[in-house]
Ligand binder design. Structure first.
Ligand code: SF4
Length: 211
């Protein structure tokens, strides 16, 4: 995709949604970190349903540690992989207290050293809690980047690196949310809604859904 087309693509997504953000409910970096850990292979709606009950009880590392793994499980048992996630949330809370004074670190290496936190989770926290122009490539962004020709790549990391190079700087902070929302609601995996897509004329996907 040519640079002018990329700029136009983001200008249109920005016009539709000038202030995009995550659909995960959170009120602090710690709540966001917990929600993102819980969201692996789960929907944001499902995570929000669980955290609506969990956060009033435990919304700091200290309170989470006091709650403990066994009492945490019933709050998140509707979410896939909840046993492993409960263990990670408790171990992550303990490390935050031991190494970071109970605060979520504003640092990629420190974030990725926490249990249950990989590159994607670190990118979401850096972007959404700390305002860094990172792009967390999930299944939606991977699909949109490849279909449109915006940033084609065979692996998630290749797409992330390409996006960091080609997204115009003024759109980099919010690119992550625009692309996720576009993938979730318009450029869907099975049947992309091409007839109603605002970037249809810029998109290189050959198998567009006919109008
Ligand atoms: S035209 Fe279709 S394939 Fe291209 S971005 Fe829009 S919905 Fe996705």
């Amino acid at each position: 995709m040519k640079p002018e087309a990329r700029r136009e693509l983001f200008a249109r997504l920005a016009e539709l949604n000038p202030k995009p953000t995550t659909e995960l409910a959170y009120r602090s970096p710690f709540e966001l970190l917990v929600a993102v850990i819980l969201s692996a292979q789960a929907t944001d709606v499902g995570v929000n349903k669980a955290t609506r009950r969990l956060f009033p009880v435990a919304n700091t590392p200290e309170k989470m540690l006091a709650l403990g793994e066994e009492k945490l499980k019933p709050f998140i048992s509707s979410i896939g992989l909840f046993n492993a996630k409960a263990a990670n949330v408790i171990a992550m809370s303990r490390l935050l207290i031991e190494r970071h004074g109970g605060k979520v670190p504003h640092d990629r290496d420190a974030l990725e050293a926490l249990p249950g936190v990989g590159r994607k989770t670190a990118n979401v926290v850096l972007n959404t809690a700390f305002g860094e122009p990172t792009i967390a490539v999930d299944t939606h962004i991977f699909r949109v980047a490849n279909r449109t020709g915006l940033a084609p790549g065979k692996t998630v990391r290749a797409v992330e690196d390409k996006l960091m190079k080609v997204v115009p700087p003024e759109y980099r902070l919010d690119a992550h949310h625009w692309l996720i929302l576009h993938g979730r609601y318009v450029c869907k995996a099975r049947k992309p809604d091409c007839p109603n897509c605002v970037i249809r004329d810029l998109c290189a996907y050959k198998a567009k859904t006919p109008g």
